[in-house]
Design a protein around this ligand. Structure first.
Ligand SMILES: Nc1ncnc2c1ncn2[C@@H]1O[C@H](COP(=O)(O)OP(=O)(O)OP(=O)(O)O)[C@@H](O)[C@H]1O
Ligand SMILES: [Mg+2]
Length: 436
């Protein structure tokens, strides 16, 4: 599946958007503040400029000139003689004269001096000087800058709210769902239909819940089946015991033998369950492998079959095969089951055909019967634990339905394959391949 990156893109674009907004806001603030401060930023040059313009102005017109310049520049101004006498002033708080020493220095050397952040003085001709100071004032400039900054931050914060909400909401929702799972409600689903990464996370959540639910359901079913299968032979044993207690001495042996059969069945069931759980937990690692000859294992299994189904005809076609590395007891259990199935699910007069030959770097065993066969829709289910076909139930052959599921588990753990090929009414072929 193509990875969706839209959240990634969104976060990235949001970052870029914030930068753009910040840039625009700063430019606007700069332009607004700069309107007043273009001259204020270099007060001594402004002072020089004013002084230069003042020089040719006749003494009578200096106050009017000063008034006009002060208005235009938004500054308070005053013109003084060398000894500190005020010639003219403009504005509410015109600057005071310089100290005598400073005035002398300004008039002898240099043409201007800076008197602070927003004030300056400049020489006018040889014996006068002008002083000017911004009306804006340092404090209010700083305040304005601060105010603009607050506005910018507010705008950025506002722009970010929908974005933050769009991310936080679904995550809160997901954690609510996760909490419900924690509380045991596995039916809870996130169901977030989103085309981005969070949507993908939500889908993974839901799929995980689905899988966990199925697993738990499977476990519950397994437990119910196991209990049921254990109960049947136990109930039969109880009946046999009651009968044996009241039976004439000659009959006791018969009841005891029936109980022995039930005990055998229980033992086999428990052994199968233990094997299942061992392979479940460890898989291939749980195996105790040793080199073995499949031909010999097959002979032993056929001997056991002959004891269980005396007189049963088996056609054998056995070629020499390479040695296999297997846990012999488990492979014997597989052979017992498929041979037992072939015998159980076909008429006694129908022969069973067994073939063993090397194949694909391993050995291949097929067991073919001409029995009742397996319905097409059941082919996949025969390997499920406790599955028994309707028609095999009807035959009353007994069995818990664990044989094939355990067989598949064993063959899988050995790295092999087991397949079923069957036609109802015509017969069944089970094929097993194991690596050499
Ligand atoms: N050779 C076969 N012919 C027809 N049906 C079969 C054959 N082998 C298996 N099946 C079907 O598959 C089911 C599962 O087989 P499996 O060996 O797991 O169980 P079982 O033989 O019924 O019981 P168990 O093996 O535990 O004694 C059987 O109940 C039967 O319906
Ligand atoms: Mg079986």
């Amino acid at each position: 599946m193509r990875r969706r990156r839209s959240l990634y893109r969104r976060v990235y674009l949001h970052g870029v958007l914030l930068l753009v907004v910040l840039g625009i806001a700063l430019s606007v603030v700069g332009a607004v503040l700069g309107r007043d401060s273009r001259f204020h930023m270099s007060p001594s040059r402004t002072a020089q400029h004013v002084a230069h313009l003042l020089e040719p102005v006749p003494a009578a017109q200096v106050p009017a000139f000063l008034e006009q310049a002060a208005d235009m520049l938004n500054m308070d101004m005053a013109v003084y003689t060398a000894d500190g006498q005020r010639l003219a002033a403009a504005g509410a708080r015109p600057p005071r004269p310089l100290a005598a020493e400073a005035a002398a220095r300004l008039l002898s050397a240099g043409s201007s001096r800076r008197d602070g952040h927003l004030a300056a003085s400049a020489r006018v001709g040889a014996d006068r000087y002008v002083r000017l100071r911004s009306r804006v004032g340092e404090g209010s400039m700083a305040l304005r800058a601060l105010g603009s900054l607050v506005v910018v931050v507010l705008v950025l914060a506002l722009v970010s709210i929908p974005f933050a909400r769009a991310i936080a909401h679904p995550i809160e929702h997901l954690s609510t769902v996760a909490r419900r799972w924690g509380a045991g409600d596995l039916a809870a689903r996130a169901r977030l239909e989103r085309p981005d990464e969070i949507g993908e996370l939500a889908r993974t959540f839901d799929e995980t819940a689905e899988t966990l639910g199925r697993l738990l359901e499977g476990q519950r079913e397994l437990l119910a089946n196991v209990s049921h299968e254990l109960r049947t032979p136990l109930a039969r044993m109880r009946v046999s015991m009651a009968l044996a207690a009241e039976a004439p001495p000659d009959d006791v042996a018969r009841h005891l033998s029936a109980m022995e059969g039930d005990a055998d069945e229980l033992e086999r069931l428990v052994a199968d369950l233990l094997t299942t759980s061992r392979l479940d937990a460890g898989g291939a690692l749980a195996l105790q492998r040793a080199p073995a000859d499949m031909g010999a294992l097959l002979d032993e299994a056929l001997a056991r079959l002959a004891r269980l189904h005396p007189g049963r005809e088996v056609a054998r076609e056995v070629e020499p095969t390479p040695a296999v590395s297997v846990e012999s007891g488990l492979v014997g259990r597989v052979l017992d089951n498929v041979l037992d199935n072939a015998a159980k699910y076909s008429e006694p007069e129908r022969p069973i055909a067994v073939a063993l030959r090397p194949a694909d770097g391993g050995v291949r065993l097929t067991v073919r019967d001409q029995g009742i066969g397996i319905a097409l829709e059941d082919h996949a289910r025969v390997f499920a634990p406790f599955f028994r076909g309707d028609r095999s139930r009807a035959r009353g052959t007994g069995g818990a339905g664990l044989g094939l599921s355990l067989s598949k588990q064993i063959v899988d753990a050995h790295g092999g394959r087991i397949t079923v090929d069957s036609q109802p009414g015509a017969g069944t072929t089970i094929a097993i391949w194991l690596p050499a």
